[in-house]
Write a protein that binds this ligand. Structure first.
Ligand SMILES: *Cc1c(COP(=O)(O)O)cnc(C)c1O
Length: 393
């Protein structure tokens, strides 16, 4: 089947079937094309392919059939026109900035984005004369007030890490478009199985495939999904020249990851929801952050915008850092690691790891307390996960 033929199929089917164009060897499973370059039938064909007038593979920095299959499949899942894969999630975000920004431009960024994303704007784009302002993820008024004549795009992550706050994508897309800006959404926490930012009005989606798309903590990768125009004009030329390419092996792993994405996300969400409800009843727990709970400030928005509530839960313990560390150190099964989106449940103390580089004042401003613990709920039996946490509660 041609790739466009998958357009009308459901996400679970697209995630399994789309993107693979069977070769003359009639293979059933997607092969890894471990080749750096491709041969041309003639000098003329080589010349035409290099100008882009004739489509075809040239060199694996920017054309590889295994990587293409991953790109086509993820574009369909995100309901975007085109996807480009990158060496990591950070490389994908870097590509959006390098492709769209020039000195003197301005961006508005959520205060609650991934730590390295903050550093990318502050230390690197800032160094080359790009201005930036950080605003509250959940306050559309702040976003609108921060927009200036030279603002190029708004950048956010929803749900956020580690407090699982939800941004109103439709409202922020409307604000962005009213001021002639683009809206960029990091869709790592939900994946297209739970949330489709482009369908909600966003212009660009970025991914770290390292998390739920892989799903088993094996490979590092990333992607950008957007319109044909944005990709062709701004992102593809940067990938071709900048070279932060996804390897065919990693693309092959991610293709297999996508095949079970819908099923895994459902199971992650079911386990996370059950754990959040259980945590809310534990006397040592001060507060649970999970959008599936009625106590979550954006519970209604999450219901409207996402098809389920996600696999990450965070909670505050009475007793601050000592109690949080004691809980983490009492677990026997959970992995003490900052990665997320794995079938294995992971546990982290944000204030001293992922957010440890922030000053105590900034941490307080974004609401990351010393007693906060983040759990990326895996697919082990939920009773075993509860038992492991109960040891330290
Ligand atoms: C991990 C992560 C990234 C960065 O992705 P890498 O693949 O580690 O480079 C970006 N955004 C979010 C939300 C992440 O969790």
């Amino acid at each position: 089947m041609k790739d466009t033929d998958w357009q009308d199929y459901s996400l679970a089917t697209q995630a399994i079937r789309a993107g693979h164009r069977r070769t003359h060897e009639d293979e059933h499973s997607m092969p890894i094309f471990a080749t750096s370059s491709y041969v041309f039938g003639s000098a003329e064909e080589a010349a035409l392919k290099f100008t882009g007038k004739v489509p075809g593979n040239i060199y694996s920095r920017f054309t590889n059939p295994t990587v293409n299959a991953f790109q086509e499949r993820l574009a369909l899942l995100e309901q975007g026109e085109r996807c480009l894969a990158f060496a990591s999630g950070m490389a994908a975000i870097m590509a959006v900035g390098m492709g769209l920004l020039k000195a003197g431009d301005h961006v508005v960024v959520s205060r609650s984005v991934f730590g390295n994303t903050v550093l990318l704007f502050e230390n690197y784009f800032g160094k080359f004369g790009v201005e930036y302002d950080f605003v509250s993820l959940t306050e559309p008024v702040e976003w609108e007030q921060a927009i200036k004549a030279n603002t190029r795009f708004l950048f956010l992550e929803t749900p956020s890490n580690p407090l699982i706050e939800i941004a109103d994508i439709e409202a922020l897309a409307a604000i962005a478009h009213r001021h002639g800006c683009l809206l960029v959404v990091d869709n790592v926490f939900c994946t297209p199985a739970l949330q489709k930012p482009l369908a909600l009005g966003a212009d660009i989606v970025v991914h770290s495939a390292t998390k739920y798309i892989d799903g088993q903590g094996r490979c590092v990768g990333g992607a950008v999904v957007a319109s044909e125009e944005v990709i062709e004009k701004s992102i593809y030329p940067y990938l071709r020249t900048g070279g932060a390419t996804m390897s065919p092996f990693n693309a092959w792993v991610f293709l297999a990851g996508l095949e079970t994405l819908a099923l895994r996300m459902q199971a992650h969400c079911d386990n996370a929801f059950a754990l959040a409800q259980w945590l809310e009843q534990q006397p040592g727990v001060e507060k649970v952050h999970y959008p599936g709970l009625k106590s979550h400030p954006q519970h209604e928005l999450a219901k409207h915008q996402q098809s389920h509530f996600g696999g990450v839960v965070s909670f505050e313990l009475k007793g601050g850092k000592d109690k949080a560390w004691k809980l983490i150190d009492s677990t026997r099964m959970l992995s003490i690691t900052a990665n997320l989106g794995d079938v294995k449940t992971t546990i982290t103390h944000p204030a001293t790891t992922t957010h440890g580089r922030l000053t105590p004042e900034v941490r307080a401003a974004v609401g990351i307390k010393d007693g906060l613990v983040r759990v990326s709920v895996g697919l082990e039996n939920i009773d075993d996960i509860k038992l492991d946490l109960a040891r330290g509660l």
